[in-house]
Write a protein that binds this ligand. Structure first.
Ligand code: FAD
Length: 401
């Protein structure tokens, strides 16, 4: 039979193996991951794991029962497509079908690599290093007011740390949300007791001695004492090892997948945070760094591998975030030109925003309004047209015009 080799034992890699077995594939599956830990889920890392409120975020998957050969602590270093082999630090591995699921790596702050007290938050090891910082209520500086920054700030404030967030843009979430939507979210920082410094840039980080606070110097000369600096300025696809292999990559580093998640070489697929795909729904290539994409994508890959080759991948992207006591959810994909409609008052605990393109619902942000999200997601899926007036009335459920 054929041998499916999956590179990367995160959500997308694990779900690929699971989905293949669910579809009755009974050939050999090898799942290779660089991290030494049993495969685990990342969203809890910036939530319960930081606060020591969960034992283990490991996936509840019995790999032995699924006959999945799990090779942990093994790094894949190269791909030789002509030989249909990958190279690892434990020797070459031949494949018939290769699934690339290497996820993403956090972007580092230039000049801080190897500086003690500077952290990123991507892996279980990262979260375990940061847990004692919270437990000891150290002064923390967070660089970047994005999703990771907001969740880390939430956990650090819950633990009783003093928290300063340094953000280069005018508002948080500047890459993801329009300023008018992000502006009210900036208030959440102050409300939690965290200080948000916008239009601020880190110039340098000087580590402290053992037990001594270090210093973060901002470009404008301000100095912030910090015993831990957490950098949350984004993530890039972990695809450096594919350079020269012949696999096509996009300028953003993502693997160029097609609408069936096939990479540019025969027998090779790409899924999850490492891959981008053309969205027919939104008319552009999407690189999605969210959990739901690492759950849905593998089902398409497994379908392809098991012969359902007409199956295409065209999801409505979805993610959630838990921050400052709020449940934030987003579905779809919006562009700057789409019409924004408020549902409710952002000064209140719960509100939503919807985006319409020529009257059709394309995206929705819900804060504490999970019903809006659930209804909106289905309407986006269906390409439904909405009455603008009614969509703006939070007392009226979202529905087709
Ligand atoms: P990853 O989870 O990154 O897994 C890839 C794996 O491949 C890694 O274990 C890596 O070590 C391994 N690997 C990489 N290169 C190699 C190599 N060369 N050889 C061998 N192995 C390799 N999304 C949400 O929607 N909601 C949330 O609330 C949310 N919270 C998050 C909180 C945190 C702290 C983080 C980091 C992410 C969060 N996400 C959230 C995003 C979500 O976790 C990711 O989208 C998801 O993990 C992507 O899965 P993946 O398998 O594609 O990549």
């Amino acid at each position: 039979g054929r041998h499916v080799v999956v590179v990367g034992a995160g959500m997308a890699g694990v779900q690929t193996a699971v989905a293949l077995r669910e579809r009755g594939y009974d050939g050999r599956i090898t799942l290779i991951g660089a991290e030494p830990h049993p495969p685990y889920d990342r969203p809890p890392l910036s939530k319960a794991v930081l606060l020591g409120q969960t034992d283990s975020p490991a996936f509840d998957v019995d790999f032995a029962a699924l006959s999945v050969e799990l090779r942990l602590g093994v790094e894949v270093t190269g791909l030789r497509p002509d030989a249909r082999e990958i190279d690892t630090d434990a020797g070459p591995v031949p494949y018939d079908v290769l699934v690339l699921a290497t996820g993403a790596e956090p972007v580092r702050l230039p000049g801080t690599e190897g500086v003690p007290g500077v952290y990123t938050l991507r892996t279980l090891d990262d979260a375990e290093q940061l847990r004692p910082v919270l437990a000891r209520r150290r002064a923390t500086v967070i660089v970047g007011a994005g999703w990771i920054g907001a969740e880390f700030a939430t956990a650090a404030r819950a633990a009783g740390c003093s928290v300063t967030v340094v953000e280069a843009a005018d508002v948080p979430f500047s890459g993801a949300l329009p300023p008018e939507v992000a502006a009210p979210m900036a208030e959440w920082y102050a409300e939690s007791g965290a200080e948000l410094l916008t239009r601020a840039r880190v110039a340098s980080v000087a580590p402290g001695g053992p037990g001594e606070p270090g210093t973060v110097a901002l470009a404008d000369g301000r100095l912030l004492p910090a015993e831990a600096v957490v950098v949350g300025i984004g993530a890039r696809p972990a695809t450096g090892w594919l350079a020269g292999s012949g696999i096509a990559l996009e300028p953003d580093g993502s693997i160029t997948a097609d609408d069936r998640l096939r990479a540019s070489l025969p027998g090779v697929y790409a899924v999850g945070d490492c891959a981008s795909f053309p969205s027919a729904r939104y008319g552009e290539r999407l690189l999605v760094h969210h959990w739901d994409n690492a759950l849905q994508g593998p089902r398409t890959v497994a379908a392809q591998v098991t012969g359902e080759t007409e199956r295409r991948y065209d999801p409505v992207p979805y993610f959630w975030s838990e921050q400052f006591g709020r449940f934030v959810q987003y579905a779809g994909h919006h562009a700057a030109a789409d019409a924004l409609v408020w549902r409710g008052d952002p000064a209140e605990a719960a509100w939503s925003v919807v985006w319409l393109r020529d009257g059709v619902l394309v995206a929705l942000l819900a804060v504490g309004r999970p019903r809006d999200l659930a209804q909106g997601r289905k309407l986006i899926e269906a390409g439904a047209r909405l009455d603008r007036e009614r969509a703006g009335d939070p007392a009226v459920p979202l529905r087709k015009a």
